[in-house]
Ligand binder design. Structure first.
Ligand code: NAD
Length: 338
């Protein structure tokens, strides 16, 4: 049994609290938030959970083994660092921090102290994303040529961070989870702020990866469609993950372009292949439950979590490069140079 404390009970914190309360492997002891109103809400639902407005109260509690940081992104580094130095295992919501230097610092502290550091890259725990990962690993899609994601909606408009930092961590984490050993090389991003001055509501971001793989991310909270989609194009087959579909979340398209020697007779050397479209049956479960269970399991086994500090760092590096590009009108930025 791992004793957990959650910091941040705003929009997302309640989902984490619910999961750690319901899981038999964890025991939620304390919830911390700056807002007394939010803490009242905790007490209404969970009588036995202690509440505090002071992060230090929670961190000084010797019964707490693990801390979940679900406060606003700007506070992640300071709170996570304090928690690691207080010898607590830490799970931080995405993005891990707002700079690669601070992300590296957290990784170093966690490693030195022998503690688990995990990032809440939720979609790496989505059964449909795991399924697509399986397709790629098995070679069914062939070599991955390019992929693109769309994360669009009208709202939730944020004023303290742009659509890139708020939404794209999900897409960047899925892309590199799926691509395995391929790494981001260069990023170019363009966006515009229409609602709040200086806060981009819509961003188009292109990432060149190793082995000529290309990834493109479109994020926006100023869009008529609610879209959560990933398209992966391989040289054998293509796959689409549509998270807005209630049941048929993944479609596999046996489509591609091949070279057919017979057609050469007619002066053609390329054929378009329009094969079957398959909708696999995928057993669904709440991705957040899987993520929370993975955190507890990583603490118990001492194994590095799937979304560990390095995974968090890679996402932050891409975000930093994209932010730099955004501010320079789309100039390509080398990820290694940010
Ligand atoms: N995984 C997901 O799908 C997902 C979805 C939404 C948000 N998030 C992430 O969760 C985090 C929180 O986002 P949110 O939408 O809940 O934000 P929010 O602003 O609604 O909530 C943040 C809460 O943290 C509290 N807080 C801030 N500083 C604090 C401090 N120093 N000590 C204690 N409490 C403090 C605030 O009072 C607030 O209640 C962000 O990192 C965000 O990116 C993840």
């Amino acid at each position: 049994m791992v004793n957990v404390g959650v910091i941040g009970y705003g929009y997302w914190g309640p989902n984490l609290v619910r999961n750690f309360m319901q899981m038999p492997q964890s025991n939620l002891l304390v919830c911390c938030d700056l807002s007394p109103d939010n803490l009242k809400k905790v007490k209404l639902l969970y009588l036995d959970v202690s509440v505090t407005q002071e992060v230090d109260d929670l961190l000084n509690n010797p019964s707490i083994d693990a801390v979940v940081v679900a406060s606003s992104a700007v506070t992640h580094y300071e709170i996570a660092k304090k928690a690691l130095l207080a010898k607590k295992h830490v799970m931080v919501e995405k993005p891990l921090t707002l700079s690669s230097d601070t992300a590296r610092d957290l990784i170093n502290i966690a490693d030195k102290e022998g503690l688990t550091l995990m990032v809440g890259h939720l979609l790496e725990y989505h059964p449909a994303v795991e399924f697509v990962k399986g397709l790629i690993k098995s070679g069914e899609l062939g070599d991955i040529l390019y992929l693109y994601t769309q994360r669009l909606n009208l709202g939730q408009v944020r004023k303290d961070e742009n659509a890139l930092w708020s939404l794209a961590p999900h897409d960047i984490s899925i892309i590199f989870y799926l691509l395995g050993d391929k790494e981001p090389v260069e990023v170019s991003a363009r966006g515009e702020s229409y609602i709040t001055d200086g806060v981009e509501d819509v961003v188009f971001c292109s990432i060149s990866c190793t082995d000529k793989v290309m990834a493109h991310i479109h994020v926006s909270w100023l869009d008529p469609h609610k879209t959560r989609k990933l398209t992966v194009v391989g040289n054998k087959k293509m796959a689409v993950f549509d998270d807005m579909e209630s049941a048929e979340k993944v479609r596999i398209y046996d489509k591609g372009v091949g070279a057919d020697p017979d057609y050469k007779l007619y002066g053609e050397d390329l054929t378009l292949r329009f094969g079957d479209i398959t909708i696999p049956s995928i057993k669904m479960r709440e991705p957040l439950r899987a993520e929370c269970e993975h955190f507890i399991e990583s603490i118990e086994t001492g194994k590095r979590p799937r979304s560990d500090g390095f995974d968090g760092l890679r996402v932050v590096k891409v975000l930093e490069a994209a932010q730099k590009s955004l501010k320079s009108g789309g100039k390509p930025i080398k990820v290694a140079e940010v």
